[in-house]
Write a protein that binds this ligand. Structure first.
Ligand code: ATP
Ligand code: MG
Ligand code: ZN
Length: 313
């Protein structure tokens, strides 16, 4: 992926756990009742988009879901929690240094497509190698979590780094999350890591909103031929096994990748496309969970068509 995003450095040799190994280190802290969760000022709901494995399409999914929900007349922001490999500047076509509010020294988000964004990439530049470790990273994360002036938001979408490490735990423990969306590709190897992610969030009592399967169905950009190059139904099966909702499929299509690289979320750039339909269908399922449809009008999420995939078992 020639996106010029700094590679994540290897885990520090001591004092830290490789992702997915060893006991969850913060359980003792939790049992001591520390730290207190602190809501983000002005923000009604926070959801995280996470995965166990890297490169499965979290950031792409986070951005397009955010755009789809913004299209439902909600005030939406995106927080890029990937300190080492921020993607939001590129995906949202944003650059420049955030200003500070006059009185409180809070960071002012940058805005594109009507969505407010904050990312480490704005603070250090997308190509700058971030060599911080441990506490430095945690400090940066604290700032991104608590010192951004979001104004009033209905929803903040957090684009998580891959894995089940300190960032995920810190965020889960420090701010009240309305839930987490797990993204996975259909391969077993990604699903195994997705399970780890689900288990971690369950352990810290974050509701699982469901799982999104990305890149299961390949749609050829020349002939529109459809094929399940990585197998199909894996995420749906995992969802069933782990008793969580399957939120939907997003097909693998060159256009999604090409537009993303140009900073044009497909939901914005191709509002009439099939891809936008997938994202909107997933977004409305999430919206129904965050803002349960009242007696007034019921939405029709279930009737929106998603990629045809032979039902699996
Ligand atoms: N449905 C899709 N169709 C085509 N390309 C996709 C799709 N979803 C994601 N991609 C591409 O796959 C690559 C990885 O996606 P993305 O950066 O969103 O993954 P990620 O899980 O956030 O990665 P990381 O773990 O590094 O944060 C990108 O080049 C993106 O454009
Ligand atoms: Mg990412
Ligand atoms: Zn073809």
């Amino acid at each position: 992926m020639a996106r010029g995003i700094p590679k994540k450095p290897p885990p520090p040799s001591s004092g830290a756990r490789a992702p997915g190994t060893g006991p969850a280190p913060t359980m003792p802290r939790m049992q001591r009742g520390l730290p207190q969760k602190m809501p983000i000022r002005g923000v009604k709901h926070v959801i995280a988009v996470a995965s166990g494995k890297g490169g499965v399409g979290k950031s792409t999914t986070a951005v397009n879901l955010a755009m789809a929900i913004a299209g439902m007349n909600k005030r939406v922001g995106i927080l890029d929690a990937d300190i080492f490999g921020p993607s939001i500047p590129r995906l949202m076509n944003l650059s420049g240094e955030p200003e500070l509010t006059g009185t409180e020294d809070r960071l002012v988000p940058l805005t594109n497509f009507g969505v407010k964004c904050m990312s480490m990439g704005f603070l250090v530049g997308e190509d700058a190698p971030v060599v911080w470790r441990g506490l430095m990273v945690m400090k940066a994360l604290q700032q991104l979590l608590h010192q951004v002036d979001w104004g009033d938001l209905d929803l903040l979408v957090i684009d998580m780094p891959p894995g089940t490490g300190d960032t995920q735990l810190t965020i889960s423990q420090q701010i009240p999350l309305s839930g987490v969306v797990i993204v996975s590709t259909p391969q077993d190897i990604a699903l195994i890591d997705a399970r780890k992610g689900v288990n971690m969030f369950k352990k810290v009592n974050v509701p699982i909103l469901g799982i999104v399967q990305n890149m299961s169905l390949h749609i050829c950009s020349n002939c529109n031929h459809e094929s399940h190059i990585f197998g199909d139904g894996g995420a749906e099966r995992t969802a069933k096994e782990m008793d969580m909702d399957f939120l939907g499929d997003v097909a693998l299509h060159a256009e999604i990748c090409q537009l993303s690289d140009k900073g044009q979320p497909v939901v914005v750039a191709r509002p009439e496309s099939k891809h936008t339909q997938y994202y909107k269908a997933i977004a409305s399922k999430i919206a129904d969970k965050l803002w349960p449809p009242s007696s007034a009008t019921t939405t029709t999420t279930t009737t929106i068509s998603t990629p045809s995939s032979p039902s699996s078992s």
